[in-house]
Ligand binder design. Sequence first.
Ligand code: FNR
Length: 359
Amino acid sequence: MNELDSLLSLADFEQRWMAEADPPIAQYVAGGAGSDGAVAANTAAFDEVWLQPRGLHDGPDALDTSVTVLGHTLTMPLLLAPTSPQRLVHPDAELATARAAAGHGLLSLVSTDSHYPYAEITQAAPGRTWFQLFAYRSRRDVEATLEYAETCGASAIVVTVDASFAARRLTTRRAGYRLPETVDYGTLRTLGILQGAPPAGGRHDKLPLTFADLEWIRGRTRLPLLVKGVLRPHDAKRCLELGTDATIVSNHGGRQLDGVVPALFALRAVVESVPEDHPVLLDGGVRSGTDLAKAIALGARAVCIGRPYLWGLGLGGRHGVERVLDILHAEFSDALLQLGITTVDQLDETFVTAARRLA
Ligand code: FNR
């Protein structure tokens, strides 16, 4: 029996990894802005939504957990959020994550701040990654980054809009976090945006993105374009008018702004503000297959996870990520069956009830 087989839930993975990891790195991953209140609120939000199963159902009988997102069929409504640089938790970093996601019939989103150059990551998982764009330094650099991502074989571009400014991460600072010497930013180095040693506290020379920048980015790529970090219905609508193909409701895992609305509570209003065929994804605080079911019932086409797969990566590289995905798949399958349904599109808002109004 593999050592990780005794870990039966994502909480087990969290507990084990937090106990074994180097404390400043564990805190960097776990922590958020200010007091970490937004990190806790993201997960707690799921406890305020309950599932409402039905006993009798109409079929079909065969369970099918798959969904389609922007032309990709996924074996369950789950993607791996961009996190960076993953070498912090395991030497195989993004290569292991991308392989695990692809092996499961899923997608991973790869940060501009990846340890390995994006070209190596796409070779590890051809056709199964989206490139997450941070707009560094200048439009010329952004243009070169987009061209590089396309040449490497990205299937979509995800523009993160909620991390233009360095965050006040107090618990991370108190823990004495510094970037270890073994960690690099391979994509930024390939692009010439990073020269010399990486800054110990991370890079902060991003362009604060405007709607005009987003429109400009839309004009610079043929690939499907997503915006990550939307919490307001009005912003979702405006991005859509500028030609984005999907929206990710996210508060960056609570890492940017203390007191921010939990992602789950922002979801419903965003979903209601866009046409039904515009996919809305969600990340932040998803820790189980039932959390996944709640987000889908509230209108998400799929969800992304960040920290949970980093716990798996840290404990067992690719195999560790695969175990986390196995657990989520088993839990989500069970949730559908217990709810009395067999396909994801049956999972609508009638299957949840909330402690308070969510939109
Ligand atoms: C992140 N996140 C992130 N997002 C992004 O767009 N680009 C990035 O480079 C990073 N880097 C990053 C590093 C680490 C260590 C974490 C934990 C998170 C945010 C990430 O994509 C996602 O929004 C959250 O992680 C989702 O919340 P959960 O699942 O971690 O609760």
